[in-house]
Design a protein around this ligand. Structure first.
Ligand code: SAM
Length: 283
């Protein structure tokens, strides 16, 4: 079953959480010259026109990127990382000056960071989504693979560059995906000890993410950092009430930077929203 299409959700609060975290990690990666391989296991379309039928149906960007876009001058003055992130968002807009027309997905965020020595592998399993991804203009060192991302990523290990950064961002349509993600992260950590990996997960009333987190702890992973952005209380919600991020081997200083970012951003997403972070498993 592959029913999920990210275009229905592009630019929502979870994308903001995920892509600001990804962007902050990339800024650390770029501080060193040594080559890096990026792997995006669940790539989606790459960039999303917000006037597409799918995006207009739920308009989730209205409680995600839109309020940040509207407040971009004040936000930019308040936080340099948010300012740099908003400048990147600005660079994909195709309308009149003030209009928000597009939202960039993870392949775009990773591709904009590529230097000649780096590599990027983008996995996408859905044939239609892969066709959209194929149509994106991407640098020559970005490879698009129509196939299973967790299986494909594990087969690629170890990689030919000194450094590795992986984004795991499934749709969690099947409940087994939570355990599959835990297995893939365990195998990644065993094969490439220094790999930086980001895992996104939804906060849903069923709470399946908790079993995934416990499994990661039981598997003996270490240096696993966690951040959760909660928009509403679980009891008040039928759908996704929050967004979770894990970062394996987080760069030094990431938590402090993201705390400042989220202090500026989170009040714009919902009055009741709050953000917390800390080690899920320490060293
Ligand atoms: N990472 C994207 C971003 O941030 O812009 C969004 C990805 S979306 C949450 C999940 C994507 O994974 C969907 O496009 C879906 O078609 C794709 N997908 C589902 N199962 C997959 C699998 N086993 N391997 C690779 N892609 C898969």
């Amino acid at each position: 079953m592959l029913a999920y299409q990210h275009a229905y959700h592009a630019g929502n609060f979870a994308d903001i959480h995920k892509h600001l975290t990804l962007f902050a990690v990339i800024q650390h990666v770029l501080r060193k010259n040594s080559a890096i391989t990026y792997i995006d296991t669940h790539a989606g379309r790459g960039c999303y026109p917000l006037n597409a039928t799918e995006s207009r149906k739920l308009m989730e960007y209205r409680t995600g990127v839109s309020p940040l876009w509207q407040a971009r001058r004040e936000l930019g003055a308040r936080n340099a990382l948010v300012n740099a992130w908003l400048e990147q968002v600005e660079s994909v807009q195709q309308g009149r000056e003030e209009e928000l027309t597009h939202y960039p997905g993870s392949p775009w965020w990773l591709a904009q960071a590529l230097r000649p020595q780096d590599r990027l592998s983008l996995f996408e399993l859905h044939p239609g989504e892969h066709r959209h991804l194929d149509a994106q203009p991407l640098p020559a060192n970005a490879r698009r693979i129509h196939g299973d991302g967790l299986v494909g990523m594990t087969r690629m290990l170890p990689v030919g560059t000194p450094r590795l950064c992986v984004l795991i961002d499934p749709s969690y349509e099947r409940k087994e995906e939570y355990q599959e993600v835990a297995t893939a992260l365990r195998d990644l950590a065993r094969k490439v000890r220094h790999a930086v990996a980001l895992v996104w997960y939804p906060l849903l009333p069923a709470g399946r993410h908790r079993e995934m987190l416990e499994r990661m702890r039981d598997d003996g992973l270490c240096k696993l950092w966690q951040a959760e952005l909660q928009l509403a209380a679980p009891s008040d919600s039928h759908g996704m009430y929050g967004s979770g991020m894990l970062v394996l081997n987080p760069p030094w200083g990431l938590e402090k930077e993201l705390t400042a970012v989220m202090e500026a951003v989170v009040p714009l997403l919902a009055a009741s929203a709050h953000y917390r972070s800390g080690w899920w498993v320490g060293e």
